[in-house]
Design a binder for this molecule. Structure first.
Ligand code: ARG
Length: 460
């Protein structure tokens, strides 16, 4: 009959249902490489500290090399009855190298082992996601560079507010993703500490060298309290919070792409390979990728909420509850990576309809603020200028024309400060060019920002 790794004090085997209910191997096997790296480092430390022999270490290293190979070639036989990735690998090791395999777990518990594995695994994924964010920024930069002076409506309350450039709009997202990157880099510092040596919860009686394993595994240092080391998953929660913000930013962008592609706007067209048709309506081209991304943002935020709830009632130290951290964490990683990959490819393929954007911005009296600023420059107090321009907009909208279509006499009705030069302030080009300061939408400023971004992204 089969025997669990911990069967010594039990009088009957585990119920079949309990096994299925508590096993995690089906999802935690993706941490196998991290688990093996952690075990080899642990074995090296045990040998260096004289806790196991040099021969044992050699056997363990040899066995682990073979196991890694088996896993990579999909030949490794994962067994549900061995519960999780840790026990599966340890059992195979013992099968391969005998007693040395049984000595590996000296001075260690699955509690510090799993905390280590998640950190190693997550650290690698954070690095990949940071890379993907840089790539997405490069994609946005490509579009920004081609549209430094492409005029489009800038909105507040989804009403046309003032003209902005598409380049400026793209770089707004580059800023958001830069903060997302900074947040990940900061989160990584707290992920990058070794919990190994905390053992089950209190530390171990063996003369271990925690700093040595930490160094072998590229950690910045070791955690300072064994109870905390095995029990908190705040680093994973923090990561999911960073991931949620990434997805929220993607979701905002998605919403814009979706309505920009709506035929009533028709500002852009997404590349065909990122859209889908309808099974009934032959004319349809649907922005499925941004829609799916907008939906998936909810899923990632849901995982963040799930992890927070998972943690909230747990007393010190390790509880099996924590095994529930993995599926949400892994799904968050997968979702964010897939989404970023899709957007990295899709964004540079966007076709921009500049004429439509221009038409749309003209409908909204977008230079009204510029007109008011003009009157202020001529000596009118801003509140009076605001009132005068409001009346001018009313007249233009009654006549069904733009502010620039009103005659000089008509405009002078609202203020005697109006002169010939007012038309310079009423054009779109004049409007954007005059917002010429750091962070403004003037093409000269956008060009400057494009240069800054190019430099920043050059070595990423
Ligand atoms: N699969 C477990 C987890 O994910 C590993 C640690 C289990 N430790 C234990 N004593 N049951 O958390």
């Amino acid at each position: 009959s089969k025997k669990e790794a911990w069967s010594g004090r039990f009088s009957e085997p585990m119920a079949e249902f309990v096994l299925r209910y508590t096993a995690s191997v089906n999802f935690d096997k993706r941490m196998a490489e991290a688990d093996i790296a952690g075990s080899v480092a642990h074995a090296k430390m045990l040998a260096k500290c004289g806790i196991i022999s040099k021969e044992d270490l050699n056997d363990i290293e040899r066995g682990m090399r073979q196991i890694l190979q088996e896993i990579k070639e999909n030949r490794f036989e994962w067994k549900l009855e061995l519960e999780d990735v840790h026990l599966n690998i340890e059992a195979r090791l013992t099968e391969l190298v005998g007693d040395a395999g049984k000595r590996l777990h000296t001075g260690r518990s699955r509690n510090d082992q799993v905390a280590l594995d998640i950190r190693l695994y997550l650290r690698n994924e954070i690095d990949q996601i940071m890379d993907l964010l840089s790539h997405l920024q490069k994609s946005l930069l490509t579009v920004a560079e081609k549209n430094i002076d492409t005029i489009m409506p800038g909105y507040t309350h989804m009403q046309v507010a003032q003209p902005v450039t598409l380049g400026h709009h793209c770089l707004a997202y580059a800023e958001m993703f830069e903060r997302d990157r900074e947040r990940l880099a900061d989160c990584r510092k707290r992920v990058n500490r070794s919990p190994l040596g905390a053992a089950a919860l209190a530390g171990t009686t063996y003369p271990i060298d925690r700093e040595y394993t930490a160094e072998l595994l590229g950690f910045e240092g070791v955690t300072q309290n064994s109870l905390d080391s095995v029990s908190d998953r705040d680093f994973a929660i923090e990561f999911c919070s960073c991931a949620s913000l990434i997805m929220i930013h993607i979701s905002r962008m998605s919403e814009e792409l979706i309505y920009w592609m709506n035929t009533n706007f028709a500002y852009i067209m997404l590349p065909d390979r990122f859209t889908t048709g309808s099974s009934i309506m032959p004319q349809k081209k649907n922005p499925d990728v941004p829609e799916a991304a907008r939906g998936k943002s909810g899923r990632v935020v849901g995982h963040l909420m799930g992890l927070l709830m998972l943690m909230k009632g747990q007393p010190l130290a390790y509880n099996k509850d924590n095994q529930e951290d993995k599926e949400p964490l892994f799904d968050t990683i997968d979702t964010v990576k897939d989404t970023l990959r899709a957007f990295i490819e899709m964004i540079p393929g966007i076709q921009v309809n500049k004429a439509r954007m221009r038409e749309a911005v003209m409908l909204g009296y977008p230079t009204a603020t510029d007109f008011a600023d003009y009157l202020v420059r001529k000596g009118l107090p801003f509140r009076d200028a605001h009132e005068a321009v409001g009346c001018a907009v009313r007249l233009a909208s009654e006549k069904g024309c733009g502010l620039h279509d009103l005659t000089l006499e008509e405009l002078r009705e609202f203020s005697d400060k109006v002169g010939e030069d007012v038309y310079d302030s009423l054009t779109l080009e004049g409007s954007i060019a005059s917002r010429n300061h750091t962070g403004g939408t003037a093409p000269s400023q956008v060009a400057k920002q494009v240069g800054i971004w190019k430099e920043r992204l050059k070595n990423r």
